[in-house]
Design a protein around this ligand. Structure first.
Ligand code: HEC
Ligand code: HEC
Ligand code: HEC
Ligand code: HEC
Ligand code: HEC
Ligand code: HEC
Ligand code: HEC
Length: 372
């Protein structure tokens, strides 16, 4: 048997092999990846993990005096159970988790070949359950379909087919067993089987072959490789984004006009690309996402390291005496120049509260903001 026959097959096609092969040689990246938000951004629900969330919480969300959803562990899994006046009217199991839990988890259940979102999501900031973003305030809603579009940004692959349900309507079905959870190596680097086979056969070769070398990409290609998932969720696709590989152009996947796009009013949620492109830092330098983010390290919350990345371009800054009086500037440029802002698209409602809570994200519009 040749090496090529021995390495695992992958549902995406004969050019792919799956992350298990990649991490055999790239062990340290594999280790950091196991705890990385890209890798964890979707997962099959594991009761043990979900029970940890349940431990500190009332696990109940009242819409009003008569309608309530409870999170309950039963023999066949953990469920969201809807009650009206104390009487159970519907229950659905937690099957799939969306999000690494950084800010939130939303959940879905399988019904035949479709996924539907569960009414309650878990928000890290308030450490409890709340009505899922965009869900009705006075109804316990179980029928919001989660299409492959969510998975295009939150997973590595799912096989879909389209069924004609009437003269006018098409219905999407997804193969549960084909879903590759998380964003894996080949989702960002493109198919890597030939690369893996070559290096297995040529262990002395230290120069990468048959894989896109990131540093050889143009600035635009680098921006597009992240922008495929970080340019907002309102774009219309013209072909499956699962096919995107580094080096490809965004314009071949989305129908928007990316030249004028971003001139509008981009949201902090999901659209870091347009936010950044509107700044002087971006326009007057060769800045890319890599100026501040390395895709394999996790420096979440470490403002001092991020600030060093600002200082690498801004060795000196002209701050007024009033600004300088605010303390040690050099360890946290971020909170002043990239403040947390509320998303205009997402907010969430907590129990017994008619108002909505803001969903805060880091603004990628680097600039001078009024002092707080
Ligand atoms: C048999 C060992 C082996 C396997 C398996 C392997 N690689 Fe590599 N890879 C290498 C070697 C050797 C290099 C060159 C040295 C280096 O950059 O680490 C490399 C380099 C790379 C690079 C760096 C290219 C650059 O920018 O310089 C990427 C990206 C990469 N591999 C991705 C993958 C992915 C994705 C997989 C799984 C599909 C994979 N590798 C599987 C051995 C392997
Ligand atoms: C296939 C879609 C996809 C691609 C490609 C992608 N991202 Fe992401 N990214 C996501 C999703 C989804 C999340 C939210 C993860 C979670 O659940 O917390 C995320 C989260 C992040 C985060 C916040 C979490 C962290 O690790 O600090 C950063 C930063 C980030 N991405 C940067 C990048 C950069 C830079 C690139 C390009 C090299 C990129 N992403 C490519 C989908 C993608
Ligand atoms: C979110 C997208 C993303 C994912 C997922 C991802 N990479 Fe990368 N990788 C990049 C980018 C972008 C670079 C270029 C340098 C950088 O930004 O860190 C890179 C660089 C590399 C390199 C060369 C530089 C280095 O750090 O050694 C290797 C090897 C590599 N990746 C392998 C992998 C493997 C193996 C996996 C899966 C375990 C993986 N990558 C997952 C985006 C990704
Ligand atoms: C165009 C890509 C894209 C699409 C489509 C998309 N998301 Fe996201 N999603 C992201 C990115 C990027 C983030 C993280 C950063 C942010 O909010 O800007 C994110 C964040 C999230 C989070 C919070 C993750 C965490 O760990 O805090 C959840 C939950 C989520 N998305 C669920 C969904 C669901 C459900 C759908 C489909 C209805 C969906 N997303 C569609 C890109 C996308
Ligand atoms: C790749 C280089 C680069 C990086 C990294 C960078 N900047 Fe900039 N930034 C620039 C350039 C170039 C300008 C424009 C300077 C000019 O025109 O005088 C600028 C302008 C600014 C301005 C003035 C903006 C305005 O609207 O007047 C602020 C504030 C700023 N940067 C803060 C930051 C902070 C904070 C960081 C880190 C989060 C950062 N920059 C990272 C290159 C960079
Ligand atoms: C000038 C530096 C800089 C650049 C360039 C930059 N980011 Fe960020 N980004 C940050 C900082 C700082 C944070 C906050 C990190 C934290 O809270 O730990 C952040 C957070 C994020 C998050 C998490 C969202 C949140 O609100 O927590 C995502 C997603 C992200 N960046 C994606 C990107 C993408 C995609 C690009 C390129 C289009 C990019 N970033 C370019 C500095 C930068
Ligand atoms: C306490 C909030 C605060 C902190 C911390 C802070 N800045 Fe500023 N920055 C400002 C304000 C406000 C201005 C406008 C000038 C002024 O009023 O001082 C400014 C102006 C700037 C400018 C434009 C003026 C110039 O130098 O061209 C740059 C660039 C800049 N800051 C970069 C940084 C960097 C890099 C850091 C971290 C090392 C940082 N700032 C930390 C509030 C802050």
């Amino acid at each position: 048997m040749s090496i090529a026959d021995k390495i695992p097959a992958d549902i995406r096609g004969e050019n792919y092999t799956g992350a298990a092969t990649c991490v055999k040689c790239h062990t340290s990246i594999g280790e950091s990846f196991a705890h990385n938000s890209h890798g964890l951004t979707s997962s099959p629900v594991v009761n043990k993990n979900l029970l940890k969330l349940l431990a500190n919480d009332s696990n109940s969300f009242a819409f009003n005096q008569i309608m309530k959803i409870k999170v309950e562990k039963r023999d066949s899994g953990i469920y969201q159970v809807a009650y009206v006046n104390g009487k159970e009217i519907r229950s659905q199991r937690f099957d799939v988790a969306f999000g690494s839990g950084e800010k939130a988890f939303t959940y879905a259940y399988w019904k035949d070949k479709k996924l539907f979102q569960l009414p309650l999501s878990h928000f890290s900031e308030i450490k409890t359950w709340a009505n899922s973003p965009g869900f009705p305030k006075n109804a316990m809603y179980f029928d919001r379909q989660v299409t492959s579009r969510c998975l295009e940004c939150h997973s590595s692959f799912v096989k879909t087919s389209v069924k004609q349900v009437s003269a006018l309507a098409m219905d999407e079905e997804m193969e549960k067993g084909s879903l590759i959870y998380g964003i894996d190596c080949e989702r960002c680097h493109g198919p890597g089987k030939q690369h893996a086979v070559f290096h297995l056969e040529n262990p002395k070769e230290k120069k990468a072959k048959f894989i896109t070398i990131y540093n050889t990409l143009s600035r635009k290609q680098k921006m597009d490789a992240c922008g495929v998932c970080h340019s907002g969720n309102t774009l219309t696709t013209v072909q499956s984004v699962f096919n995107f590989q580094p080096g490809d152009k965004l314009a071949d996947y989305y129908s928007q006009d990316f030249v004028s796009f971003g001139g509008g009013n981009p949201d902090v949620h999901g659209n870091q690309t347009a936010m950044l492109q509107g700044t002087l830092c971006y326009q007057k330098s060769e800045m890319t996402c890599q100026s501040c983010h390395n895709s394999h390290e996790s420096i979440k919350g470490n403002m001092a390291i991020y600030s060093q990345r600002c200082i690498s371009c801004h060795q000196t800054q002209k701050h007024t005496a009033t600004t300088l009086a605010k303390g040690v500037l050099k360890t946290n440029c971020i909170d002043c120049h990239m403040p947390m802002q509320a998303s205009k698209l997402i907010s969430f409602q907590t129990a017994g509260n008619k108002n909505v809570n803001p969903y805060l994200l880091r603004s990628h519009h680097i600039g001078i903001y009024p002092a707080k």
